[in-house]
Design a binder for this molecule. Sequence first.
Ligand code: NAP
Length: 306
Amino acid sequence: MTLAVLLAAGDGVFDEYNHALHAAFAQHGLTATLVQDAPPETVDYIVYAPSSPLQDFTPFTRCRAVLSLWAGVERIVGNPTLTQPLARMVDPSLTRGMVEYVCGHVLRYHLGLDTPATTWAPVVPPLAQDRHVGLLGLGALGCACAEALVQLGFNVSGWSRRPREIARVDCQSGPEGLNAVLAQSDILVTLLPDTPATANILNATTLARLPQGARIINPGRGTLIDDAALLAMLDSGHIAAATLDVFRTEPLPPEHPYWAHPRVTVTPHIAAATRPDTASDVIAQNIARVEAGRPLMHEVSRKAGY
Ligand code: NAP
């Protein structure tokens, strides 16, 4: 039987994924066809991006899983019509992109690349081993970044909801764990999902726990940061600089103070993209698992919201 896989995403995504997904279906022994439109009761799987107009999953009575093209699922996880299992995207190329973005910006701050010398007054930067990087979030992305930063020689600590173990990373959880990570982070990287529990996790109180002159890199979600509190801390100098990739409103409005702030670097949500070839492989692998009666990989917990 040929499986009907509906690609529900914005314009242009079908052309990007059509070839890669069909190749991946074949590679995983699936007889499946990718469609842009079909009677809902005939659809076996939905590959989904929030740019899709599809919001009501009720008529998809035969659908066995919804496979998100995005790692962040905040725009679909609370949809009350979604009764089907939901998988978020864990794509090796997306992970690689995030590792490169995070390591690049950590090294930029570590080496002071934004402040080239204007007079001959040598200031030798410390070695990575003398610098502490904290990661809020130790999931697929946070863990990969932590491991890469350890390889570069940094002291790395991280914080997650449940206790974790990662070689050569000081892993913390719980409110005390958060305070411990904040207190020692010269550079803080936020890779938490957008959930009610993580909203404004960086606020006036928690930002004040960072060491004087700390730097922040946020490729997680805009909702993690209380923007007014961060701007106040940047103006006071307690936070020396911030690199922000994600925002409460995207595109970031032209009048937003982040654009003009001398110590803020804005990147337009480009830290890590899902790549069709590798993502298609993950999607096909997941469909093959469900067809074989095995559990879905990367299933989202509706209760935790990620
Ligand atoms: P993930 O594997 O689900 O990991 C999430 C991490 O956050 C886990 O370590 C989790 O703890 C921790 N966490 C969640 N809620 C928490 C809480 N209340 N307190 C403490 N820790 C909490 O997600 P991922 O694949 O690494 O992705 C992380 C986020 O990156 C995504 O949700 C998305 O928002 C963002 N992202 C951004 C881009 C970009 O281009 N800027 C691209 C992709 C993803 P446990 O380990 O205990 O579960």
